[in-house]
Write a protein that binds this ligand. Sequence first.
Ligand code: MLT
Length: 271
Amino acid sequence: MIAQLGALTIGYDDVGSGVPLVLLHGFPHDRTLWSHQLPALAEQCRCIAMDLRGFGESSVCPPYSMDQYADDVAALLDSLGIDRAVIGGLSMGGYVALTLWRRHPERVRAFVLVDTRGGADTDAARTKRRAQIKQVRSTGMHAIVDELLRGQLGKTTRERQPEIIEGLRRMLLHAPADGVAGALEAMATRPGSANTLESIDVPTLIVVGEEDVLTPPGESRAMHALISERAHGRSQVEVIARAGHLSPMERPAAFNHVVTEFIDRLVVGQP
Ligand code: MLT
């Protein structure tokens, strides 16, 4: 489906009914990252997977920043008539989710933070992102796709699931160079989220692949430690065995199970 938000076009899927759950993809993905989640979770929630600007069917147009991505999420919620939603974000989508909390906390009913982190980039990470911007602008996505595939998929997936590697490769090669460059700069300049995490007082599920080398389980535990006090024990970490950085795509059944249980508890009002 397509939402026209002023000059901005946003591609999204909207399936199921019940508690609204908005799913935000990582870098440099599009909403098809969640293709195993929508049919499964739609039995329980109203699942909305959107393309962030610069990706999928959304407009490839600046400005690109975490603030702008978060404002786009809020604008899509407005256009769909949704006041509050569970906000799920994978990696870069998690950075957007935390930015939404900073800018529009009233829109967040709960969080599902997936394979993500709270820290800002190090200087070395920023330098690498700027080198990648140059590579993508001069040679296209081919220049960085193999490195991304190696980092994003877990060892077990790389050894045993060639169809996932090829599916992800197609998705990454499809990403528009301008959207990719914009996202790289937006990630490089994002602030750290320690204070944001400390201020979270809504139920939060943190999910991470056991074999995630980009945002390893230690990052999830560090986020949980910052959140847990304000959220009064309503933050929890779930580690998905034999999955890497893209746990929803690599182990969909295991991932869907922990999310379904979390939403069940949310609906009946348990911590
Ligand atoms: C992602 O999957 O969104 C990226 O790993 C995020 C990042 O590069 O920091």
